[in-house]
Structure formats: C-alpha cells, structure tokens
Design a protein around this ligand. Structure first.
Ligand code: PMP
Length: 353
C-alpha cells in the first residue's frame, strides 16, 4: 500500500517553467537579460556573511521603504516570496471550499493552479478577439459566491493593457465585499499615459489590491520577492497565512537597494522599451499578428502552428515560451538576443510561404 495523496491533484496541471537550454538564448520567462541592478548586487554581497541568521520575519525595513515610496501606512503592505506566493496567500485569505475566483484566460498560468490547490472554484473568462481582458464578461461572471477577481495588466502572456477609464468602470460594478487584485507584475515597463496605476487605485478603493514584483524590471527573479498594497484587513490576513520566514534575507536587502536605485532602473527599462518597440515593429513587418504590448514580451497568436514555431526557434538556439495550440510568448532580451530571435522568426515566415 502506498501513501494516499489528494485524488484531485491528478487533474492539476503542472506549472510549466521556461526552459533553460545550454548554448541557447533564453527568452522564455520574462526575465531581464541585463541582470540585477548593480546596487542590488553590492547589497547582496554585503549581506551574504549574515545568512546563518533567520531573516526579519516581519520584513520591516523593506515594508517601511515601500510604505514611504507609495505614501501608504505600512499596515497596508504585505511582502511575499515572489508575487506568485502572494497570489496563493490572497486566495487562501479570501476563499474556502466552493468560493469562486474569477480570472481572465489566457492569463498567468498560476491562477487556475493556485485556485484548485486552495480548493476554491475557478471561473475563467475568455479574452476578447484582440487578446485583451474582457472586463464586461468578467463583471458578468461575478456571483454571490465570488470572493476574489484577478485582473492582470499588462496581461501575461498577451502583453495587452487596460486603460484607466475602462478599469474604473469595471471596478464600479464589483461588489464591495469582493477583492479585486490588480496583478501589475510588468508595471515598470508600461509607457501608455492612459495606463492605470494600481497603487493609486488601491489607495482610493476599499476592495482593491495592487500586486507588484522585484522579479521582472528589477531583475531579482532568482531571489523571490514581491509585494502588495492592499486593504489593511487583507494585508493582515496575508501575514497570517504566510509561511514563516518565506522572504529571505538576501531578497530583503536586494529589494531595498533596488528601490534606492531608480536611476539604474530607469535606464534599463528604457532599453527594454526601445527593444520592445523594435521587435514589435519588425515582427509586424514580417507579417505576424502581434498585439500591442506594454510588457517586456511579445505574444504571437500562432494557434495550431505554435509547436512548429517553437521547434523552429529551438533549432535556431532561441528558447521561447509556447502555449500549445494557442501562441508563443517571447521575452525582450538584449539587442543581439532579439536579433537572433528575429532571424528565426524571419526564416520561419519564409519557410511558411
Ligand atoms: N504575475 C504575473 C502576471 C506574472 O507573469 C508572474 C511571473 N511570471 C508573476 C505574477 C509571479 O512573479 P514572481 O512570483 O516572480 O513575483
């Protein structure tokens, strides 16, 4: 006889991480190729000799730094082991069995997995034909059983952005006892002046949380640290359901140093944005359908040709992230990495004719 695990886990899809293939360029996980900010590296080196001590469980200094940055009380901030851990804590903090979590689909692949693990019900709302969130359908999907709604903007993997006015109109329709989580993992790459600022909205509305991360623009994916600005009672609940000491000591000092290095951040974001516009332009010129993107990746809705495209890129030593039968997401890397991807995209188009 073997140990019995939960039967429903058989149906649970596995989270698929972007692959690292030795000798190939990885454009599969929306990391920044430039690495962590120099100031963060210096802080990590300095703190390395202290890792025999447990980290500050309350994440005090980083919480204070975030509170100062956003001009909110520290009680409204919760820090997590990556924003994906906060996603799970948010579902745990709001849902018990049979409560509903509404989210767009396709979107961040952790939403359905986490919802199922916690035991709540998934309500997936398909994207529009333009690969954007369908807010009217999402509002219509809310029922008395809904406890949480994930709104991902820019959306992963399509890169599409919600405008401020449409988001506010949606929020007006959400009952006040339902938490709306604005997942803004790619916020720092957004350049559209009509983009909403989730923190500013969270400060005004009692049922909105903004969730951001140090994994993307700040280049700290390997250290695992994200945060949310949330209603006080939500932030308190997140602290209750978190695993003790889950935000490690190096993550805490690196995040603080990164917040202090806004000039370094701005320079790197400008490079990514310039490359994003170039890659988008060239793909469109090659005849690909590519939705406007405000993140550090592009989405190619290739449908049934996705697997073939993925293989072609791999054969050309470029690793992209393929979603079978749907499309490929390609992270913006350094100029020479993007050139290698564009060369693969060019030869794929030629072979397709
Ligand atoms: N939200 C979105 C939309 C993401 O794309 C990701 C990472 N792929 C996350 C959250 C989680 O990021 P992390 O846990 O590294 O902060």
């Amino acid at each position: 006889m073997s140990v019995r695990t939960r039967a429903d886990l058989d149906q649970l899809p596995a989270y698929v991480a972007g692959r690292t293939v030795p000798g190939s360029i990885k454009l599969a996980s929306n990391e920044v190729s430039e690495g962590p900010l120099p100031s963060a590296v210096a802080a990590i080196n300095q703190a390395a000799g202290e890792v025999h001590r447990y980290p500050d469980m309350g994440v005090g200094r980083l919480t204070e730094a975030l509170a100062a940055k956003y001009d909110v009380p520290a009680e409204r901030i919760a820090v997590g082991c990556g924003s994906v851990a906060l996603c799970e804590q948010l579902v745990q903090a709001t849902c018990t069995a049979d409560d509903e979590v509404v989210f767009p689909w396709r979107s961040f692949e952790a939403y359905p997995i986490i919802t199922q693990v916690v035991g709540a019900k998934q309500v997936r709302v398909p994207l529009t034909g333009e690969h954007a969130l369908d807010l009217a359908a999402m509002a219509a999907a809310i029922t008395p059983a809904t406890r949480l709604v994930f709104v991902c903007t820019p959306n992963n993997p399509t890169g599409t952005l919600l405008r401020r006015a449409e988001l506010e109109a949606f929020l007006d329709r959400v009952p006040e006892d339902v938490l709306v989580v604005l997942d803004e993992a790619y916020f720092e790459f957004v350049t559209d002046p009509e983009a909403p600022d989730g923190v500013e909205i969270a400060k005004r509305r009692g049922n909105v949380a903004s969730m951001r991360t140090f994994s993307k623009a700040y280049g700290l994916a390997g250290l695992r640290v994200g945060y949310t600005v949330a209603p006080v009672e939500v932030a308190a609940a997140l602290r209750k359901v978190c695993i003790p000491f889950s935000v490690n000591a190096l993550a805490q000092v690196a995040a603080i140093a990164s917040l202090d290095a806004q000039d370094e951040l701005r320079k790197r974001v400008a490079n990514v944005v310039a490359e994003r516009e170039r890659v988008h332009r060239e793909l469109v010129a090659l005849g690909y359908e590519v939705p406007e993107t405000q993140a550090n990746f592009v989405w190619l809705p290739l449908g049934e040709r996705t697997a073939e495209f993925n293989k072609h890129c791999l054969d050309n030593r470029v690793v992209v992230r393929a979603f079978a039968g749907d499309g490929a997401r390609v992270t913006i890397g350094r100029p020479e990495e993007n050139d290698a991807f564009l060369a693969a995209a060019r030869s794929f188009r030629r072979s397709a004719r």
